[in-house]
Design a binder for this molecule. Structure first.
Ligand SMILES: *[C@@H]1O[C@H](CO)[C@@H](O)[C@H](O)[C@H]1NC(C)=O
Ligand SMILES: *[C@@H]1O[C@H](CO)[C@@H](O)[C@H](O)[C@H]1NC(C)=O
Ligand SMILES: *[C@@H]1O[C@H](CO)[C@@H](O)[C@H](O)[C@H]1NC(C)=O
Ligand SMILES: *[C@@H]1O[C@H](CO)[C@@H](O)[C@H](O)[C@H]1NC(C)=O
Length: 500
């Protein structure tokens, strides 16, 4: 059966008379025709090449949205609340149990749900946020004799069995509501994690993080995305897990492992620290918690290049330190570009283009002239603290964004401070930032499986495992070369020969 025939069957058209759609050339012409105004170009001092580059990026980004994205999709509108008085964080606000998967480029046989729930900003203000759940076709089948089988036999593997969960915390997408992964056709990280997890039989519970997805709170106020504030994102993650369990009590198992990468790697590690610190607040989730995988985690945000981290962390810092002004860190040019990024909701690639390698967008003494950087560094750091284990930290040695020696040092210090805690460090030689998730997939999938199966750790306490490539590292593809081109209209289905 080919996809058109499936469509015909679904529409009850007899197969013999179904018409195959005519094949139409799909160019990479974007579903967006944004261009800058003259005033924007002047204000941000963009030269012709940068104008063209940024317009292409913005139009590409806007073409990757399902249902037109958060600004057009009513799902992201919060239902009114009579009062926030009796509302607790982690409370469900809206459930979309069936999210039409034909608007997404997710793997065949998976299903998608989305929900809105309550979380808090870093200072405890209650706000709404969004999340998705990517469902597998059938729950993960554990090796016979391992944990869940003994406690909750499901020998037929029927869909009636609850699905074990992985709480997935994504890496940087962007800095505003546009950038909720739940609105992205490939859920932002595609095969690097959420697709791989769903295809392995896990329900992927994935917070967008506050400020990404839902743009405005009940009172109409703007919701900031407190970028890099790992403890805030950790709360977004835990509250999304609580809300997901309330939304799908019949489908979602309460046992879960946390997996995160980059911004989300720090978030995942912060989840483990939060669970060690706030045992009473999360007494409902702790019995099901089985451990955390933190991949490529920025344990100290200011180890990232200043040209990138100052405008991105700075954009929401006023919501954390009310006296902060962007002019503390950025020059007038840097501020102008930050305004532009905000106006066009530029994501990570647009922001990189605006600032990459420049030293004239921030003040040279940004770290010493005021107290904000030191204070935020303390607030956002992960590691060197008690954590609810076990914890697996994954890092590539050729990571351009998260220096290997930074993670190496944080892991070593944490292992030394907590020699009785289970902290494994998995090091992949020659591998870069996101590719480390691909390089080490079999290891973290096995780790997740054994945690959820209730098997003992292979080795207790602190240790390090080193991986090498099979062929000389230069022969392996360094970064991915494709993007999730959506072929979901009949005239493009010839581009999906495996859509059988
Ligand atoms: C194209 O963009 C519009 C406006 O955002 C949106 O409503 C529509 O669904 C998009 N179409 C496709 C095929 O992506
Ligand atoms: C807490 O943060 C919110 C933004 O998230 C801000 O509007 C509010 O003024 C802050 N409250 C305090 C007491 O700092
Ligand atoms: C900034 O970069 C320019 C060009 O690369 C260089 O000439 C200049 O010395 C740098 N200034 C500072 C303060 O680092
Ligand atoms: C990583 O940390 C360990 C333990 O502190 C140290 O011995 C090692 O030299 C560090 N660097 C590398 C490249 O492994």
């Amino acid at each position: 059966m080919i996809a058109q025939a499936v469509l015909a069957a679904a529409l009850s058209i007899p197969l013999a008379t179904a018409q195959l759609a005519r094949a139409v050339v799909q160019t990479t012409a974007f579903n967006s025709s944004f261009s800058f105004s003259h005033a924007q170009i002047q204000d941000a001092q963009l030269d012709g090449a940068l104008v063209e580059t940024l317009q292409n990026i913005v139009n590409y980004d806007r073409s990757q949205l399902a249902f037109g994205g958060p600004s057009e999709d009513d799902f992201y509108r919060v239902p009114p609340l009579a009062s926030t008085k009796n509302v607790k964080p982690g409370q469900l606000l809206k459930v979309q149990a069936f999210t039409d998967p034909t608007a997404y480029a997710i793997p065949p046989s998976t299903a998608l749900s989305r929900f809105l729930y309550t979380t808090t900003t870093l200072n405890g203000t209650l706000i709404p946020a969004s999340a998705f759940i990517l469902w597998p076709y059938t729950p993960h089948q554990f090796p016979s004799g391992s944990g869940p089988h003994k406690r909750n036999p499901n020998p037929s593997g029927s869909a009636k069995g609850k699905v074990p969960a992985v709480l997935w915390t994504h890496g940087t997408s962007g800095f505003s509501s546009f950038w909720g992964p739940s609105a992205h056709r490939a859920l932002w990280y595609e095969h690097a994690a959420p697709f791989a997890l769903a295809e392995a039989g896990y329900a992927v519970v994935a917070p967008d993080y506050a400020g990404l997805g839902v743009a405005t709170s009940w009172d109409g106020s703007h919701i900031p995305h407190q970028y890099s504030a790992a403890p805030a994102a950790a709360h977004d993650a835990l509250y999304s897990m609580r809300a997901a369990l309330a939304a799908f009590p019949a489908n979602l198992g309460s046992n879960f492992v946390v997996l995160g990468h980059s911004q989300g790697g720090a978030t995942a590690w912060a989840v483990a620290e939060t669970l060690a610190r706030e045992k009473v607040a999360f007494a409902d989730l702790l019995p099901g918690y089985r451990g955390t995988v933190a991949a490529s985690p920025p344990t100290d945000v200011f180890r990232a290049p200043a040209f990138f981290i100052l405008p991105t962390v700075g954009q929401a810092l006023q919501s954390i330190f009310p006296t902060f002004r962007l002019s503390e860190w950025l020059t007038p040019l840097g501020e102008a570009r930050a305004r532009l990024a905000l106006q066009v909701e530029g994501g990570i690639t647009a922001v990189q283009q605006l600032y990459f390698g420049r030293n004239d967008t921030y003040w040279p003494d940004w770290d010493t002239a005021s107290w904000y950087a030191a204070a935020f560094a303390r607030l956002s750091a992960v590691g060197r603290r008690e954590f609810a284990g076990p914890l697996l930290v994954v890092q590539g040695t050729a990571d351009l964004y998260i220096p290997f020696d930074a993670t190496n040092k944080t892991v070593a210090d944490t292992q030394k401070l907590f020699p009785k805690s289970d902290l494994e460090f998995l090091v992949a030689a020659g591998v870069g930032h996101v590719p480390v998730l691909h390089a080490t997939r079999q290891f973290w999938l096995r780790w997740i499986e054994t945690r959820l199966a209730g098997e003992p750790l292979v080795r207790k306490g602190p240790f390090r495992t080193d991986l090498q490539s099979v062929m000389p590292i230069e022969q392996h593809l360094l970064v991915g070369n494709s993007f999730p081109l959506w072929g979901g209209l009949p005239e493009y289905q010839y581009e999906l020969p495996l859509g059988l």
